[in-house]
Ligand binder design. Structure first.
Ligand SMILES: NC(=O)c1ccc[n+]([C@@H]2O[C@H](COP(=O)([O-])OP(=O)(O)OC[C@H]3O[C@@H](n4cnc5c(N)ncnc54)[C@H](OP(=O)(O)O)[C@@H]3O)[C@@H](O)[C@H]2O)c1
Length: 260
């Protein structure tokens, strides 16, 4: 979606085969000749359960990788846009977290590595937009909405966790947010980039099946304890968006994504 929203500016798109952000030399060799004004880092180690066993890999990408990009941005005088996550917060505040709240301690390795990345970004001294986002869905890539829609085609009953709360967010809205931060020259710093409102995974699933006509799926609310996973999840990872351009309500964004 980032590529689509910025397509008129002909951005240089780089994947892991073209740039390894964990390798400072690779980062320099690729980015120096391009002399970018803006670097947007959407690369990360995002396997939340896998990170429990592969801690070094998670920190290498999410901390060292961010340090390397921060250093080159600093050297080039470029602005670095970097994405972080609701998982940097412990998830104990039912009302959620705003940009002014101090993050940590994170409850799992992925969150710890992303928090280390936030610190590395700040220490690099570059101009940055650090955008914490959450519960993303959109075209391309695996996401909860597509998974529910696929399951809904074959299943009549689904069990979905009802004791974890977050901020479902459409990647189109997030990408437009990034663009407006840059275009409006909003102050550098930390932003929460999420659609307005919050839901549990159960409520999110119910809304998906409410929006899609004819998909008769009985969604049963269950507790996290019934779904044992390697990484602990924060209970309340709602992000409060209080700075920068407005986001629409998550249900309205979801309706657009589902074409309704
Ligand atoms: N998805 C969410 O719900 C969510 C929620 C909160 C925050 N975020 C944050 O949003 C950002 C984007 O997330 P996403 O869901 O789009 O992630 P994603 O689908 O997992 O994509 C991450 C990309 O980074 C690449 N990558 C991994 N290691 C790399 C390296 N050393 N050098 C260069 N590229 C590398 C991956 O390549 P390979 O696939 O080839 O490994 C992959 O293409 C991340 O910072 C994530 O932490 C996401």
């Amino acid at each position: 979606m980032l590529a689509t929203v910025f397509s008129d500016m002909q951005p240089t798109l780089l994947d892991k085969e073209e740039i390894d952000i964990t390798n400072a030399q690779s980062v320099r060799d690729v980015l120096m000749p391009l002399q970018p004004d803006v670097i947007i880092n959407a690369a990360a180690y995002t396997n939340v359960d896998g990170a429990e066993e592969h801690k070094e890999d998670a920190f290498l990408v999410n901390e060292t990788g961010v340090k390397n990009l921060g250093d080159i941005a600093n050297m080039l005088g470029a602005t670095l846009v970097h994405f972080s996550t609701d998982y940097v917060f412990p998830g104990t505040q039912a009302e959620g977290y705003s940009e002014a709240d101090s993050p940590g301690p994170a409850v799992n390795v992925y969150g710890q590595s992303k928090l280390a990345g936030e610190r590395a970004l700040k220490e690099s001294g570059c101009n940055f937009y650090l955008i914490r986002t959450a519960w993303l869905y959109g075209p391309n890539g695996k996401n909860f909405v597509d998974t529910m829609v696929e399951l809904g085609k074959t299943k009549k009953h689904l069990s979905v966790v009802n004791d974890q709360f977050g901020s479902p967010t459409f990647t189109k809205d997030l990408s437009q947010f990034v663009r407006s931060l840059l275009e409006e020259s909003e102050p550098f710093g930390i932003y929460h980039g999420v659609n307005t409102g919050s839901a549990s995974w159960f409520e999110f699933a119910e809304m998906i099946f409410t929006i899609i006509p004819g998909m008769q799926v009985d969604v049963k609310p269950v507790s996290s304890a019934e779904f044992s996973r390697p990484a602990k999840r924060p209970q309340y990872s709602i992000l409060k968006h209080t700075k920068g351009p407005e986001f629409r309500d998550w249900k309205e964004a979801l309706r657009e994504y589902l074409g309704k």
